[in-house]
Design a protein around this ligand. Sequence first.
Ligand SMILES: *Cc1c(COP(=O)(O)O)cnc(C)c1O
Length: 446
Amino acid sequence: MQEEAKEPVARHIPSKDLYQTLNLDLKEEALGESEFETILKSLVLATPRTATKGFFNQLFGGRNEHAILGELLAVVLNNSMYTYKAAGAQIGVEKVLTRKVCDLIGWGKNSDGTFAPGGSMTNFMSMLMARDQTNKSVRKEGMQDKMVVYTSAESHYSIPKNAAFCGIGRENVRYVSTDEEGRILAADLEELIEKDIASGFIPALVNLTAGTTVLGAFDPIRPISTICKKHKIWLHVDGAYCGSVLFSKKYKHLIDGIEEVDSFSFNAHKMLGTPLSCSLILVKDKAHLYDSFSNDASYLYQTDQDEFNPGKTSLQCGRRNDALKFWTLWKSVGTSGLERIVDVQFELADVARDYIRKNKDYTLYSYDESIGICFNYKGIPAKDICTLLHEHSELMVGYGSFNGTEFIRLVTINAQNHPSDILDFFKILEQFVEDHAELFQAHITT
Ligand SMILES: *Cc1c(COP(=O)(O)O)cnc(C)c1O
């Protein structure tokens, strides 16, 4: 932790030098305690520091002590969350969480949810439920139909990946175009659906995104839900990145209409800042969870009703206890504390956008009410600047593109940062460009 404060970015080791730099290989003989300690320390210090004010690279960051307590306890207790027999009270923790989130969505008692190992997997679960409700014999007989799924061109890559997993096929993913702010176009979606139906395809799923990976845009839920109801298509909202706006009175309007969808997923390890992974999927009608995920296993399910045996509604068999860290966080800071965590990120994003707008060396590409701030500095290619900042152990930040323009993407997802940390980010970047003018000279446009 001291090292982190002193040097927010760990010394960069080029991947080609990794095995020469660190002692990672495994030997026949045991290691002496002090030598083990030395090696372990060098490994820890060489690891990317995701909790510092130098890390803006992905859609997570920070280190929340309330959540870490739960994570550590879950590891020490080491329960498998498939049955009440094996996990006992911990099942109650998970059930209370899913119930409470369903209540916030505005769903009734038929709703339920579960935890899966990541947002890609919760998206996968939604696709499987959509497939199985479209044709109830697929689980038994395999895929016979030409099903198609719809998602926006700005959505996460797990959608085509999952289409391959579940027999729908990557070529049967339709990418709906977006407006200039990166939001799916309802009219284009409906046109595609009608064309597909006319050509003998069966629409199974529409996937919307609450917080697209690059721009952080929110697809409009209400108009799409009307289209899905008309054509009886499963509607899922992938809120892995920003679905946690559910907890904020101020920003919940970004997922207006969420109560109309069939399933909704979000990662508490992104906006809410729990350790990885903490991914929930909620469904309006829990029967779909059983229809798609239950399998008889008499050696496993020996006591208690289904309600207390979440193995019946999960993707895997043995399950980590991902619920406890979310519960320790929520229990200690309250719903109002979760709301604050979300709101802070938007406030930090406003600080960044304000700074960019006021400084003519910057070009801004993203929009208000997003925590992904996309920009370029002095016309320098984003990829160059990001790579060099990383190689010089100055900052970890990534780049993305929209409509053919590549830009730096600063993500203000670490709610432990202060406005001054965001301003420091820009100072470090500007100083770096100034100090390494020779590297950027060719590009700088002033
Ligand atoms: C991060 C993300 C995912 C994937 O979640 P993992 O937990 O990394 O698997 C899916 N969709 C969106 C929009 C995301 O931002």
